[in-house]
Design a protein around this ligand. Structure first.
Ligand code: A2P
Length: 344
């Protein structure tokens, strides 16, 4: 690394922001000073960083020229307003919202796949962190794409509530307790009860009948893999799991990919763990394997009995870590090594 950096975390009190702060510590990111930022609601609250207490301050009063790197995770409208200001002040923003992801002069980066596009960040000093469901899918699929050319992806997601943020974690806890105690459930955060349920609805509905979460998987997979011809057909579902997203993925490739070859490729792939025993419990799950882990876990690899060049996979990862905070910190690590000058 090139010395030490001053780092702002925007949305430091949120589900992803807290994870960003803990991953910066875990990975010993070269931080000189950290600035936890949030709205006036939680300004004055405190966080711990490397054994010292830091006070959360207001984003709207912060001077980004004090920092070289800012990790944003406070929603699209906050990023829309403050990320360009930070960028103009000379601070490189790694933005977890979807606001800038589809702009051609903004790199959308998963380090295992397209770290080379980071050079583009100097145009606006903003780098977009992709959607959680897309990140874990492309980490596993990109090496298969390189080997066999993925033409089409059918995917159904099983997404945890932490992807919606802290309020959704509280809502699932409350609804579960209410139901277990015979009390009526008041739906909150989601339009229907999430406890003991599955909602085929994440983000807003689009004109074509897909939801925005589903279309994010279409747009982002193509941009990250650098191939606009890949067809992606997603259904995104919210389920009552706290941490970790799961995905049932069916791919169709140009060249036939057998199960053994796919397993070998995935075993050698960066960031991937293959867990694929054809027996009870021989597969990865959100709550047990992925929650709290960095890797993307792949199991249930099998040939599609209905398609000559089809392969099925089950892909699981911690949505707050690889799906959000960890991916952002990995991008920051590359910047710190190769692109940025340290604090004066
Ligand atoms: P705050 O605690 O002040 O509301 P989550 O995704 O878990 O819901 O968290 C959202 C994060 O984004 C929180 O840290 C929240 O701070 C922050 N946030 C939301 N709106 C704003 C805003 N207008 N300015 C700064 N931070 C914001």
């Amino acid at each position: 690394m090139n010395g030490l950096f001053d780092v702002a975390v925007v949305g430091a009190t949120g589900a992803v922001g807290k994870e960003m702060i803990s991953i910066l510590q875990e990975r010993d990111f070269p931080v000189r000073d950290i600035y936890p930022l949030a709205s006036p609601r939680s300004a004055g609250s405190e966080i711990e960083f490397r054994g010292k207490t830091r006070t959360v301050t207001r984003l709207d009063e912060f001077d980004f020229s004090k920092t070289q790197i800012a990790l944003f995770s406070a929603g699209g409208s906050v990023s829309a307003e403050y990320a360009p200001k930070a960028g103009k002040a000379g601070c490189v923003v790694i933005d977890n919202s979807s606001h800038f992801r589809y702009e051609p002069d903004i790199p959308l980066v998963v380090p295992e796949v397209n770290a080379y596009t980071l050079d583009l960040h100097t145009k606006r000093n903003i780098i977009a962190n992709p959607n959680c469901s897309t990140i874990q899918m492309v980490v596993a699929l990109y090496p298969l794409h390189v080997a066999a050319g993925i033409e089409r992806i059918n995917v159904a997601t099983y997404q945890s509530v932490s992807g919606t943020g802290g309020k959704a974690i509280d809502a699932l806890e409350r609804q579960t307790a209410d139901l277990m105690n015979g009390r009526p459930v008041e739906p909150s955060v989601y339009p229907k009860q999430i406890a003991f349920n599955a909602l085929p609805h994440i983000d807003v509905f689009m004109d074509n009948g897909y939801t925005k979460e589903e279309m994010k998987m279409v747009w982002e997979t193509r941009k990250i893999m650098g191939d606009d011809s890949i067809l992606v057909n997603p259904t995104a579902v919210r389920i009552p799991v706290f941490y970790g997203h799961s995905e049932a993925v069916h791919i169709e490739t140009a060249k036939k990919l057998g199960v053994d070859e796919a397993r070998e490729i995935l075993r050698a792939a960066p960031g991937v763990v293959v867990m694929d025993e054809r027996e009870d419990g021989g597969y990865p799950t959100a709550a047990i394997e992925s929650a709290g882990s960095d890797e993307v876990f792949v199991g249930r690899i099998r040939e599609d009995i209905t398609h000559p060049k089809g392969l099925n996979l089950w892909i699981v990862s911690d949505n707050l870590r690889k799906g959000a905070a960890l991916n952002s910190v990995q991008i920051a690590e590359i910047l710190a090594k190769t692109h940025l000058s340290a604090a004066a």
